[in-house]
Write a protein that binds this ligand. Sequence first.
Ligand code: ZN
Length: 123
Amino acid sequence: MQLRNAKLCLDCEDVHDAPQCPTCASETFAFIARWVPAPERRERVRPPQEPPRPAELQAYRTLLDPAHKPNGSGWQLVRQGAMGLALVGVAGWLWKSASAEASADKAGGAGRAEKERPSSPNV
Ligand SMILES: [Zn+2]
């Protein structure tokens, strides 16, 4: 029985959705939706969602289950990738600081740069 069709018998207070009350055969009723608002079914139709492929499912399972380690090479790969990124970052930082020093050498003159270079901790 759906709320929009549910009727309350005014004689025996039974709830039904038939033209007559199945309990007392009374034809006096009131729709329950009069007191309980029954919103329209689905105003917005959800777009059909295609089910995930088995490979994606396995990837999600691997990500969500910390105990599930098929071979450990995945996390090792991630760790190596992170290490590689860190190394690239450090190298870029060193390169930048070295080129900044070189440009400072050009701007400041040769004599001062010769004095600064041995005391610099970066080199
Ligand atoms: Zn009734």
